[in-house]
Design a binder for this molecule. Structure first.
Ligand code: C2E
Ligand code: CA
Ligand code: CA
Length: 966
């Protein structure tokens, strides 16, 4: 491409410019739509403007030529730009070039941000002969910079701690959250360096650490930082690098891990210990028993079951049942040695593991029978329970945990058959242990064939809109004589005997056909989820078979899902993950079932190809649950979301649970509250009815300011309601804490005003709980009774926003409540912004990086272009051989001095087709290979070269043939 400089230089070399005008214009007009260029005389009067510049103001050349430049339309809308121009014109006449940013007006009314320069051009006499204005559009750059400013503001407001670090490790900048996290004032923090706060790194290591980080570009790791007061805070750090004005620094985002760690600890605890009795649970039992068998060869395993426990539970209620279990646990622990392990296996079953028993296990078992049989006194009831015990011992009865437990079980079964309140020792059986089991196994073999099996479908509901979005297929077995047999009972047998493969195939086929039939019948899209068993997951052709079944039934794979548990994955991790990946590739949704009961490690979750985490019902909290439980659920939800997984809560049995889950961003739920699993026709009817959860419950109705009043005195509630009637708020009232919690579950409450002294739970306690469950509410206490300490404590820990005294002043109380709503709304707004900021933050680092590289690339490109043009220009002029430039349209656009001399003409040969302008002999040379030509009585090698890159076209160079002259 011809460049303006080249052409202009030719113009300047010529005292009378107009002759080369066409060439010049041609060149300037080709500069592209975002480059304006023109020519001024030394009076500052516009002599020429290129097409792009004219188009921007919608004028023709005639309309503007002859006008003083500063009076042209470009400069009319921005006074400061005009001022700068005048200065620049003055400087240019003194021979100084100027460059600055301006705003130029366009005919559309829009302003263009441009990088403007004004260059003086010298005539042959060494005087400034012309001025060249040119401008380049930088709107994009400006916009990016503005965005940067906006984001800066957002950064300061962000909840995440954000810092900027230089190569020396010094903090360049920090937002308010960073200062809060470290307990430092900003000025203090900005005097520190990374090694001062990061506990994992010291001064000497810093340079290497920086280099390592920089080389890896962008990364995330965990470390801990030191708080001003000395304690360490575990954090998650993300670093990304930015280059600005040739300087490198790092953007660091620090996430406080304390809350997550605490939740993880608590989850681990829940996973390994039974909540009711505090004893190790089934999982820990299995681990410990395994470990014991490794070290101690003589080990007795006792399985103890309370007799007819169900009677107590059903007759006296669950809380009495729970108390009996706790009492039994204590008695067992008191009877055995401290070195023995007591675990609760579930329900009313306990397991005792006795490594190297000091007395025969039978004696201990007898002592246990007697201990349990002693009457228990619970809440005024005298309760009599007995138990049955089965014993197996290693190494005689086996040396593996599962075998020993199974054999102890079968001994237990024996004890039950003998009439309960008995101990039975495993006596060995030739083949299997459990007669009941054997019977079931045989029956199961017939079940498939005799069509005793059926599938029921439990709806899964989306908590955003309240609609049914899927169903889980659950197997049902109705035996002609044994009656209904629960899946928990027969699935394990099917698993062990391998029957599950046949069963599983049947379930897959039936479920897929059913789902396809519903779609054909025009029901709304619905995802069908099927439970897989461990054995199925290990079948190498599972994904292919499912694909085949889906295709045969004509069901979109996205309307199908599978549920697997962690324990299934652990045994054969790589293979299982591979299977799930193949299924997922089909579009099948993968759910992780029973999360929270097994090995549930959150870090492990990251590595699984899972779309949905199903929180087990034991982790689904109720509105009256302790705050810690809710925080665990919330932690799981948050983490799953961070991993881009959805969360479904299982076993939701009340409206309160559903509302609480929705308030905590849980995505979906299933459970008896909405519906148990139903036979296909019943489910179909439900779908046709369009049954759904009331959206009001999900807190997504249009917002009305909602106030909850809590006071045990009706007349006070009535007075308050009267007082607030005119405010147009939704005012709910409760006469007890319990009722208040129920209301909070059902309504999205903004402000709570509670009495302090109430029977049952004090106002402060209620508000503490409200804080844990619904942290965003604004909570106030209204009380005549000043229990100063507890209220001060509550205010300090943030459970209470304000304490108001009874009797109250009407106007003041209203003002306080209005202020509380204002605060709540501000908080809502901030949280919304925060979420946006978090997203923006992540994008910021990236944007910043992109912006910086864009800018520097642009800058470099400019410099390169200008620099290389000038250099090339000079170089070519200095080359003692003729050089012609022909652009990609065949116009002759350049000729250096020897070339002009050769043609005997000046610059006027430029701008016309080369085929017309060049001597006949040279025209041929343009086509290709070097050739010998005779010109000006000399022999030349004429060589034509295609130019690549920005300047497209070709160069024609003539080299005198060595020694040749005619
Ligand atoms: P799961 O996969 O965890 O299934 C959920 C169980 O919770 C079902 O029990 C369901 O009826 C029950 N449930 C649903 N809502 C509630 C509620 O609100 N409260 C309470 N307390 N329970 C609720 P179900 O049908 O007895 O199935 C038990 C287990 O048997 C299932 O647990 C699953 O592991 C297994 N299972 C069922 N069908 C199949 C199948 O087709 N294949 C395989 N491999 N396993 C199956
Ligand atoms: Ca399931
Ligand atoms: Ca489950």
């Amino acid at each position: 491409m011809p460049h303006r400089h080249a052409a202009l230089k030719l113009v300047a070399a010529n005292p009378e410019p107009p002759n080369v005008e066409s060439a010049l214009h041609e060149v300037l007009d080709r500069l592209g739509p975002s480059i304006f260029a023109g020519l001024l005389d030394t009076e500052g009067v516009l002599r020429y403007a290129n097409r792009a510049a004219l188009q921007a103001i919608g004028s023709t050349l005639e309309q503007v030529v002859g006008t003083p430049f500063e009076s042209t339309p470009w400069w009319q809308a921005c006074e400061p730009s005009q001022r700068r121009l005048k200065q620049a014109l003055a400087s240019a006449l003194r021979g100084e070039a100027s460059r600055f940013d301006v705003r130029l007006a366009t005919s559309s009314g829009a302003m263009l941000a441009m990088d403007f320069s004004l260059l003086p051009l010298y005539g042959a006499d060494g005087q400034v002969a012309w001025l060249i204005p040119s401008a380049r559009d930088v709107t994009e750059r400006e916009q990016a910079q503005n965005q940067l400013l906006l984001t800066r503001h957002a950064v300061e407001q962000a909840n995440d701690a954000l810092l900027q670090v230089g190569p020396d490790g010094a903090f360049r900048d920090a937002n308010a959250a960073a200062c809060r996290l470290l307990g430092l004032e900003r000025e203090q923090l900005l005097r520190l360096r990374v090694p001062d706060i990061d506990t994992q790194i010291d001064d000497a290591q810093w340079p290497d650490r920086w280099r390592e980080l920089y080389e890896r570009g962008c990364l995330r790791f965990e470390t801990s930082v030191r708080h001003q007061e000395g304690h360490e805070i575990p954090v998650d750090v993300s670093v990304s690098f930015v280059t600005s004005d040739g300087e490198i620094f790092a953007h660091v985002c620090i996430d406080d891990l304390r809350e997550r760690r605490a939740a993880e600890r608590r989850i681990r605890q829940l996973q390994q210990f039974d909540e009711l009795t505090g004893l190790p649970n089934r999982q820990l039992l299995f681990e410990r028993l395994g470990a014991t068998l490794q070290t101690s060869t003589q080990t007795a395993v006792l399985v103890l079951e309370l007799d007819r426990f169900k009677r107590i539970n059903d007759g006296l209620g669950h809380h009495i049942g729970d108390a009996v279990l706790r009492e039994a646990a204590e008695r067992i622990a008191a009877t055995v040695r401290s070195t023995d392990l007591v675990a609760r296996r579930g329900g009313d079953e306990f397991v005792i593991v006795m490594p190297a028993p000091s007395v025969p296990a039978l004696h201990t078992a007898q002592a246990l029978l007697e201990g349990i049989a002693r009457p228990m006194s619970i809440e005024g009831h005298e309760i009599h329970v007995t138990c049955s015990i089965g014993i197996a011992a290693a190494p005689a009865d086996g040396d593996r945990s599962d075998i020993l437990l199974r054999r102890a079980n079968s001994a237990l079964h024996q004890a039950r058959l003998l009439g309960r309140n008995q101990v039975s020792v495993y006596a060995g059986a030739p083949h299997d242990d459990d007669p009941e089991r054997l019977a079931l196994e045989a029956a199961l073999r017939h079940a498939v064939r005799d069509e005793q099996l059926d599938l029921h479908y439990q709806p899964q509901i989306d908590l955003v809109h309240g609609r049914i979005v899927g169903v889980e297929a659950l197997l049902r077995w109705q035996h002609p004589t044994l009656g209904r047999i629960a899946p928990d009972r027969f699935i394990p047998i099917a698993e062990e005997t391998g029957l599950i493969v046949v069963l599983g195939d049947w379930v897959l086929r039936r479920a897929i056909e059913q789902a396809a039939a519903w779609q054909r019948a025009g029901l709304p899209p619905l995802r069908m989820a099927v439970n897989l068993s461990a054995r199925q997951l290990l079948q190498p052709d599972l994904a292919r078979r499912i694909e085949g079944l889906l295709a045969a039934a004509g069901l979109d794979p996205r309307l199908f899902g599978v549920e697997v548990t962690e324990s299934m994955l652990i045994a054969n991790f790589d293979q299982a993950v591979q299977q799930l990946r193949s299924l997922r590739a089909l579009g099948v949704e993968i759910s992780l079932d029973d999360f929270g009961t097994g090995y549930s490690s959150l870090s492990y979750l990251r590595r699984l190809p899972v779309d949905v985490v199903k929180i087990d019902r034991s982790l689904v909290p109720d509105v009256t649950a302790p705050a810690a439980d809710v925080s665990i659920t919330r932690a799981i939800i948050t983490m799953a979301h961070q991993l881009q997984m959805k969360v479904l809560a299982e076993g939701v049995e009340s409206e309160g649970q559903a509302a609480l889950l929705a308030a905590n961003q849980c995505d979906q739920m299933q459970g008896y509250w909405f519906s148990a699993a139903l036979p296909a026709p019943a489910l179909e009817a439900m779908l046709r009815d369009g049954r759904q959860i009331d959206p009001a419950l999900l807190g997504r109705r249009s917002r009305q300011r909602t106030l909850l009043l809590v006071d045990d005195e009706e007349n006070i509630l009535a007075a308050l309601r009267r007082l607030l009637r005119a405010e147009g708020w939704l005012v709910l009232s409760a006469t007890s804490a319990e009722q208040a919690l129920q209301l909070m579950a059902r309504h999205e409450v903004d402000v709570i005003l509670s009495d302090q002294r109430m029977p049952g739970m004090t106002g402060v306690e209620l508000l503490r709980r409200a804080k844990a469950l619904y942290p965003d509410t604004i909570r106030l206490v209204l009380s005549g009774y000043t229990e100063l300490q507890s209220i001060t404590d509550a205010i300090n820990e943030g459970a209470i926003y304000k304490f108001l005294a009874k009797p109250w002043d009407d106007e003041q109380l209203r003002a306080h409540l209005r202020e509380a709503f204002g605060l709540k709304e501000m908080g809502d707004q901030n949280r919304r912004l925060d979420r946006e900021v978090q997203v923006a933050n992540r994008e910021l680092a990236e944007l910043n990086g992109r912006l910086q590289s864009l800018l520097s690339a642009q800058r470099e490109q400019n410099q390169r272009e200008v620099g290389s043009r000038e250099a090339a220009q000079e170089l070519l002029d200095a080359v003692p051989v003729p050089v012609f430039g022909i652009d990609d349209e065949g116009l002759l656009v350049f000729a250096n001095a020897p070339a002009q001399a050769l043609c005997g003409r000046g610059g006027d040969l430029l701008g016309a087709p080369a085929t017309e302008q060049l001597p006949q002999a040279l025209r041929q040379a343009l086509q290709g290979d070097p050739m010998l030509v005779t010109l000006a009585e000399r022999r030349w090698w004429a060589m034509s070269r295609v130019l690549n890159g920005n300047a497209r076209g070709r160069l024609l160079v003539l080299l005198p043939q060595a020694g040749a002259s005619t």
